[in-house]
Design a protein around this ligand. Sequence first.
Ligand code: NAP
Ligand code: GLV
Length: 323
Amino acid sequence: MSKVAIMTKFFPEEVARLCAAGHLVTVHEEGGDKAAVVKYASDAEALVIPLSLRIDVDTIARLAALKIIANLGVGVDNIDVAAATRRKILVTNTPDVLTEATADLAWALLLAVARRIVEADQDLRREGFLGWTFISKHLGVDVYGKTMGIIGFGRIGQAIARRAKGFGMTVLYHARTPKPEVEEELGARFTPLAELLSASDFVVLCVPLTSDTRHLIGERELSFMKRDAILVNIARGPVVDEEALARALKEGRILGAGLDVFEHEPQVHPDLLLLPNVVLTPHIGSATWTTRRRMAALAVDNVLAFFRGERPPTLVNPEAWLM
Ligand code: NAP
Ligand code: GLV
């Protein structure tokens, strides 16, 4: 019987699958910090964690029995994967199952900022429907037929591009490597970063957070963007220099931003909270019932596979498996 610690509120049917396979499962609904992991999971062989939980080298050192960490998210920047690998601890994530929901959220933010949906809703609730106005304070910008620049053209970036076809958009993308195999189908063109930033009406960030992508968008990159461009970030907060972004938005150097992620989560830069040209969501890219159920099932699939002696289906550090 192996011990599995789940450090978040979880779906009972997935807990039941682990129990049915003979594992001893504990669920720690308030297990969102390092102290809770060390307290409750010190003898666990498997950890199922929310992506908000940071598993650093020190935490790994304190979890002597640990053999697998199943992250509830595709991004694994919350885990010191190198430290886990050195200890032969497997790390798994939840790719694919959340791609479409996250692409939808990117589009929701884009449309909300472009068409000033949140401002209009708040005004209506506060002041009532004051009547149809021709030159109204809620005039936004067109989306149809515009140019979208997607930075990070993997699963989510490409899913966002697929939706852009329906909006008659020109799609530019940037990634580490060009993707000629999908360019025709998606009507997308590989473009150097500076050129993408200066040509796009909407810039959408879809890269993982790594040492190369931290502050990929800073003062200089923001200065390349059009004054009427909108930035959407569904990737990770630190991909953008939030201080520089807040300044650019305040000074009207770009038109607006839709942000699902923040540099210092759960803190949000105070200036962003005051700006009307920004729509903010609390990291809800994958937050639909169906997607969260699929993520939970995939995390459990990974743990069950490992305990059966099989390679987990979405293993992030195959080196640890081969060691
Ligand atoms: P993916 O399929 O691995 O795609 C990542 C893309 O980023 C790839 O095209 C990759 O380029 C590109 N990239 C990596 N490093 C780069 C760099 N230094 N410069 C330019 N491009 C770079 O990942 P995904 O499934 O689409 O997910 C992407 C990220 O979205 C996740 O890591 C996560 O942080 C974030 N996310 C957020 C939410 C949310 O709730 N807001 C939900 C899901 C995911 P190559 O193709 O050339 O390697
Ligand atoms: C969400 O942010 C994820 O990485 O899945």
